[in-house]
Ligand binder design. Structure first.
Ligand code: PSU
Ligand code: MN
Length: 304
């Protein structure tokens, strides 16, 4: 196992001592944002988590080793290589490890690595879900299955409207994944605070989140919570503007025949281009907001 999984000394010690640790993904770095903003964002996210008293653990596959706790150089490398780094979801893990390759971890893979490292909280921007048109394409992200199986709790800003949000909620319900809303009853839609859809339960504080996570663990139930945290009002986008950009990006992806794992990165990049970078700025701000809540929750969890 040793060459297949590694936690940094800092992460290993923190977990062993019951200190708060927050896992972070790397597909958002190499496939979710352009260089150098991706690297700046990833490093700032780590700083936000440290400032709140928790330890960040950015994850990836480095030379075939599942790694929790990347160095700044490794983050720089993943950001600079960008789309050249393999995007690794659960099904890709064994092959990338066997071939001793590098890989960027999706939400699903980050949950796998976090669980191996003993980390229970994970902050990101948005998760994968049921894509629009999934009734024909069957394109449903492995992130949803992972939330059902692996006990790592994911804090995100809801899901982008590149997905079919009602179907994503239905899928999560079927899989037994509880969707929590942080200080909201409404599922946030990533760039905007509202989707018109309800979360399962509203939660008021990091302390309450920690209690819910602890209770689920004590019950021995599989999987993690999906904790949705609305983008701060001042950074949220005009719903009409972002919807139009998303519709255009989806039309283009269909015309170009984009399929499978290329779909999400293509849509993210096109939406950012169409909005002239506005969506990227919102995206960065909401990730910071999620990192802060994740760190606060990890701190509360470490007290239980
Ligand atoms: N949604 C975002 N930003 C992202 C992703 C999704 O708003 O960066 C990335 C995450 O890494 C997520 C992955 O796990 O895309 C989902 O890809 P797929 O739909 O191929 O499972
Ligand atoms: Mn997919």
């Amino acid at each position: 196992m040793s060459e297949l999984f590694k936690a940094s000394e800092e992460v290993k010690t923190a977990v062993a001592e019951g200190k708060p640790v927050v896992a972070l993904e790397s597909t958002i770095i190499s496939h979710g944002m352009p260089y150098p903003k991706n690297v700046e964002t990833a490093l700032e996210v780590e700083k936000i988590i440290r400032d709140k008293g928790a330890i960040p653990a950015t994850t990836a596959i480095i030379g075939g080793t599942l790694t929790a706790g990347l160095s700044a150089d490794e983050i720089e490398y993943l950001g600079k290589e960008g789309q050249k780094v393999t995007k690794v979801s659960r099904r890709d893990i064994p092959v990338i490890c066997a071939r001793k390759m590098d890989g960027a971890s999706t939400v699903a893979t980050t949950m796998v690595i976090a669980h191996m490292a003993g980390i229970r909280i994970f902050a990101t921007g948005g998760i994968g879900g049921v894509h629009r048109g999934a009734e024909k394409t069957f394109d449903i992200s492995a992130d949803l299955e992972e939330l059902a199986e692996t006990p790592v709790n994911v804090i995100c800003a809801g899901a982008k409207a590149i997905l079919d949000l009602p179907l994503t909620l239905e899928y999560l319900e079927t899989k037994g994944v509880t969707v929590l809303g942080y200080q909201t009853e409404e599922l946030p839609a990533f760039y905007t605070r509202k989707s018109g859809l309800s979360v399962d339960y509203r939660v008021e504080s990091p302390e309450e989140l920690a209690r819910l996570i602890d209770t689920k663990a004590k019950l021995g139930l599989r999987g993690g919570y999906l904790i949705t945290n609305p983008i701060p009002e001042e950074y949220s986008m005009d719903p009409a503007v972002i919807q139009k950009a998303i519709d255009q990006a989806i039309d283009e992806s269909r015309e170009k025949g984009i399929k499978g794992k290329e779909t999400t990165p293509f849509l993210l990049a096109r939406v950012a281009e169409i909005t002239g970078g506005d969506s990227l700025e919102s995206n960065i701000k909401l990730v910071y907001n999620n990192a802060a809540l994740a760190a606060e929750t990890a701190v509360e969890l470490s007290k239980l």
